[in-house]
Write a protein that binds this ligand. Structure first.
Ligand code: CA
Length: 261
């Protein structure tokens, strides 16, 4: 007998736009899984956005390798999981990101490159959202009344904001805004930020690269999401608005809407 079938469902939209750049170095992934073991079914969603850098086609490789290896690692751990707790999910996420870092880092020494990437990954289990982040791609939660950023940027400008040296508004145009204080593949060890949040009914989770957030303010993103007919329509509108505002970088967005089925 199938027990614990979750009565929640999510709808997902996404968009990957080059903007005015010649190439796309971002990678995104969205996976919907039903894990069946014994008489239980767990419905899971795994979502990731990575924004690569490194000259030539290396940025694209770094972001793709990071996304793929994180997802592979996570699925492997989820299928072996003995207990269904927040701690286990968060540890699983962190481990998968650490392994992705080792893989990109060792590819750098093999091919003598300096590629790296940001990575924000979300694991959605029922109304629980688990997130791991490295770099300046972001995760937001949105409801009808507001937008809340979950992740902290790992940039030198964001570090100056945390120290109180500059304001958040100044950070938007600061010369250090694009300089990562840490990224996947750039160093052997890494501090992965992890977060646990709860989805509100009718709420949204947004993952994006900085090509979106450099062009649009949080309030604009919120307005666009609420005005859209569906998550896919919202992603199309967000990419269009970021392009119109300048489109100076690749724009990647995944939007997950949680609704009662
Ligand atoms: Ca970027």
């Amino acid at each position: 007998m199938m027990q614990q079938v979750l009565d929640r469902q999510f709808t997902v939209g996404w968009s990957i736009e080059k903007g005015r750049r010649r190439t796309n170095e971002d990678s995104v992934a969205a996976i919907n899984l039903d894990l069946i073991s014994g008489d239980t079914v767990r419905t899971l969603g795994i979502f990731a956005v990575a924004d690569g850098m490194g000259g030539g086609d290396h940025g694209e490789i770094a972001s793709r390798v990071a996304v793929n290896s994180t997802i592979r690692g996570l699925i492997e751990q989820l299928t072996d999981m003995q207990e269904d707790t927040a701690k286990v999910y968060l540890q699983g996420l962190e481990r998968a990101v650490q392994v992705a870092n080792q893989i990109v880092y060792s590819q750098n020494s093999e091919i003598d490159s300096e590629m790296g990437t940001t990575l924000v990954v979300a694991l959605v289990v029922g109304n629980q959202v688990y997130i791991a982040n490295v770099g300046d791609s972001r995760a937001y939660l949105l409801t009808n009344i507001g937008i809340t950023r979950i992740t902290q940027d790992h940039t030198l400008a964001a570090a100056l904001v945390r120290q109180g040296t500059i304001s958040a508004a100044q950070a938007r145009n600061h010369p250090f805004r694009n300089i990562l204080s840490q990224g996947i593949g750039l160093s052997k060890s890494l501090e992965v930020d992890t977060f646990r949040r709860e989805f509100e009914d009718d709420g949204y989770l947004l993952l994006c690269s900085d090509g979106l957030t450099a062009e649009l303010k949080d309030a604009q993103i919120h307005n666009i999401v609420l005005s859209a007919r569906s998550p896919q329509h919202a992603c199309d509108l967000l990419a269009e608005a970021a392009n119109r505002a300048g489109g100076r970088d690749n724009i990647s967005v995944i939007l997950i809407h949680l609704r009662r089925s």
